[in-house]
Ligand binder design. Structure first.
Ligand code: HEM
Length: 751
């Protein structure tokens, strides 16, 4: 994979001869709202709306039926310089309602007042019943051509570029919940192919809680807040969740993924994605294979620590959303490779003993390699969050020719559920006409009328066969890339409410996952189960889940039982003999550090030339530097992004210490617990270093910064480097960041 484009900020930083940015107060890190710096005075000279920010994209502006309008995709919704009504009448005043004299009463005839308030009253739509909290971005998918032998899908032909929109999400929380909670993450991708839209509606975990869609309301009711008090929000650490998963034990595999570090990703950019179900691919010759889709992040799979996730829930509940948008704005475009595991399409629909229709099972990558078929780059943020991210509607039935569904009973139920919920959420049957949902293929669908109809359909015969519209629309064939319903043989069988016997194995792959973890990952899993079950009130539920853990692994069970103060039960099922799958572990490989956040602690009386030099070096390395100083504003001509009061270690992937700043005037312990006891170095800087150390992050120092390491008591420990200059310290830190964390700083309690 190629490296991402240099950060936009690098260009800003290098274009001034002085070596300092021109306007020190112009933000040169991503995230500043608006596309132009605001004036202090209210602007009064009429002019057209400002352009969007350079990093912002928008849906194509084709018509609801796919005709090109020629309007640029970044055109704004609003036009002209003047305030108008929704019908375009220019207005003189929007600050006062029309009254009978200055002291009222307000007149009912004030159309502008009523229109403004009425529209406001209806601004909210129902949030998604699940995956309500999410963030989306635009991008492009480029096919390698390596899937051409197995699928006729045009967008997978070599070199084809397809526009995409991706929405990442949590599952359980409400729309306003925190990003960093322990949960599964949605990873839904809309490919606007010229053969119709393809929605790959996946998660960051390859298995699901249930095998049959009829259980979806049950697992979600169990995971959502308790119906009587509506707590806890966005969490599985409560009785109803554990009540369900310990009784409905097919959920145990997905549950251990949630309890692992995968449940608290560092960033959307560092998540794998999975289509979960097995799909059927069909090629030009009509031959079929079964396949599973995988997204592999360029930056590797990387997670938060539990303490970081908890701190971020308060410090920055929008952490993942901000990270996604800041990375795109900085030019560090998030990237994934799409890959497929391919299996022969046999009547049994199994591979290496794994039932491919069971969504609680994986096929280890060591048994079926993930073959890369294309690259996804997210390169534009939404122009309008509501219009794009809230209104996007995914559906598993959105398939182009060459990709078809299988009989996975979870997948089959999903085919019904999404459009059904969207009818309510998006207010009627015409939501495919909302700009973000419009296909980039020509549409001639005979669907008519309904709420919010945007297309002005011509003709008189929206039916087939017809002669009054000249027979249009006509059925397509192979030559016109028509969708292929693969003629799979359906076995003659009695009508039953039952699962295949292979679905009864609920533990062997949970044990496979556990056995594939490194000691530190196992340690995190133990602590996650102990925390979650420790938050349950009922001992019976804890005991029941401990029984499930005993059927996974005795060490796991014993350690969690110890934490809960309960006896560890014996297994009730034989422990499966499994071969670990190293691909499941996040530890042990090295990854690029593009777009990672480097905090630089600055002493205004210290080595500011050195700070400037290292700041440029961070930009040049494709990462984002954030200066942390005693006060806001400017230090040495450089903009300060965080103060000792507003910054916290959890925002940074690594920390560089350019000095040993003395306690700032606002380091007042009586007012702020983080201000600590005054020392020669500001106590919040010491806290920053201690936390970074505890979270196994790389820390580097040079010059007076070395004093901070000594005062924090971390000098000379693994992953804490000192150097003769800032760039040297950065180089050493960047090398450490390749492994994501300094793993040896986590003491593991299990082998
Ligand atoms: C493999 C299992 C599943 C995966 C990977 C999955 C994934 C997702 C994702 C990523 C979203 C968010 C889409 C967005 O960003 O707008 C979503 C939403 C949703 N899912 Fe699932 N889901 C699964 C199973 C199910 C099942 C079994 C049902 C119901 C039978 C279901 C019903 C829903 C509903 C109703 C929504 C909200 C859709 C909307 O309001 O637009 N899901 N799911």
């Amino acid at each position: 994979m190629e490296t991402s484009k240099p950060a936009k900020a690098v260009k800003n930083a290098v274009k001034t001869a002085s070596g300092k940015i021109a306007d020190a107060l112009t933000p040169d890190v991503p995230g500043a709202p608006g596309s132009a710096p605001p004036s202090v005075e209210e602007p009064t000279t009429p002019h057209d709306p400002l352009p969007p920010k350079p990093a912002q994209g928008a849906p194509q502006t084709g018509t609801p039926t796919g005709a090109e309008t020629g309007v640029p995709a970044t055109a704004k919704g609003q036009q002209g310089a003047y305030l108008t009504t929704a019908n375009g009448a220019r207005l003189r005043d929007t600050d006062h309602s029309l009254k009978a004299g200055p002291r009222g009463p307000v007149l009912l005839q004030d159309h502008h007042l009523r229109e403004k308030i009425t529209h406001f009253d209806h601004e909210r739509i129902p949030e998604r019943v699940v995956h309500a909290r999410g963030a989306g971005a635009h991008g492009v998918f480029t096919a390698y051509g390596t899937a051409e032998a197995v699928t006729r899908a045009g967008f997978l032909k070599k070199g084809r570029e397809t526009d995409v929109f991706v929405r990442f999400s949590t599952v359980l929380g409400s729309r306003g919940s925190a990003d960093t909670v322990r949960d599964t993450r949605g990873f839904a991708t809309k490919f606007y192919t010229d053969e119709g839209t393809f929605d790959l509606v996946g998660n960051n975990m390859p298995v699901f809680f249930i095998q049959d869609a009829i259980k979806f309301p049950d697992i979600i009711h169990a995971g959502k807040p308790h119906p009587d008090r509506e707590i806890p929000q966005a969490q599985s650490a409560h009785d109803t969740f554990w009540d369900f998963v310990s009784l409905h034990t097919e959920a145990q595999h997905h549950t251990i993924w949630n309890m692992s570090d995968r449940g608290i990703p560092r960033s959307y950019r560092t998540m794998e994605g999975f289509g979960v179900h097995t799909f059927r691919l069909v090629n030009e010759a009509g031959e079929t294979v079964l396949a599973k889709f995988h997204w592999k992040p360029k930056l590797g799979v990387h997670s938060l620590t539990w303490e970081e996730a908890q701190l971020l829930g308060g410090m920055d509940p929008d952490f993942h959303r901000r990270d996604l948008y800041d990375a795109i704005e900085a030019g560090a475009y998030p990237e994934w490779e799409l890959g497929i595991q391919v299996f022969p399409d046999t009547p049994e629909e199994t591979f290496a003993g794994v039932d491919l229709l069971d969504p609680t099972k994986i096929v280890p990558e060591e048994l079926a390699e993930v073959q890369p078929i294309g690259r996804l780059v997210l390169n534009r943020t939404p122009t309008n969050f509501f219009a794009e991210t809230e209104q996007v509607a995914f559906h598993l039935g959105h398939l182009p020719q060459g990709i078809d569904v299988t009989n996975d009973p979870l997948l089959q139920g999903r085919l019904f559920s999404y459009v059904d919920t969207q009818l309510t959420r998006l207010g009627g049957p015409n939501f495919t006409q909302i700009p973000i949902n419009r296909p980039h293929a020509a549409v001639n669908d005979m669907l008519r009328d309904g709420f919010h109809q945007h297309a002005v359909h011509a003709g008189v015969a929206p039916y087939r066969p017809n002669s009054l519209d000249g027979g249009n629309p006509f059925p397509a064939g192979d030559a016109e890339h028509a969708f292929v319903d693969v003629p799979v043989t359906v076995a003659q069988a009695p009508k039953v409410r039952a699962n295949p016997a292979s679905f009864d194995d609920h533990y062997s792959q949970v044990r496979l996952f556990w056995s594939s973890m490194s000691p530190v990952e196992k340690d995190h899993i133990i602590r996650a189960y102990t925390f979650e079950l420790g938050k349950c009130y009922h001992q019976a539920i804890k005991e029941r889940q401990l029984q499930c853990l005993a059927n996974i692994d005795p060490v796991l069970c014993e350690q969690v039982a110890t934490g809960l103060g309960l006896p560890a039960p014996q297994p009730t099922e034989p422990l499966a003999d499994v071969t670990p799958s190293p691909a499941l572990s996040q530890v042990g490989r090295e990854w690029p550090s593009d777009g990672r956040m480097v905090g630089i602690v600055v002493d205004p009386d210290g080595d500011l030339d050195g700070v400037d030099e290292v700041r440029r070096a961070v930009f040049a390395a494709g990462m984002v530097p954030l200066l942390i100083a005693p006060h806001a504003g400017v230090v040495g001509g450089m903009p300060v992004q965080r103060t000792f009061a507003t910054g916290r270690s959890v925002e940074f992937d690594a920390v560089l210490l350019a000095g040993a700043p003395a306690p700032a005037p606002d380091a007042v312990p009586a007012r702020d617990a983080t201000a600590g006891t005054p020392a020669t170095v500001d106590p919040r800087v010491l806290l920053l270093v201690e936390e970074s150390w505890r979270h196994a992050k790389a820390v580097g120092a040079w010059g007076a910064g070395v004093t901070v390491l000594e005062q924090a008591g971390v000098a000379g420990t693994p992953g804490v480097v000192t150097a003769g200059s800032g760039p040297e310290a950065l180089a050493a830190v960047q090398q450490l960041m390749a492994a994501h964390r300094v793993w040896e700083r986590f003491p593991a309690t299990v082998a």
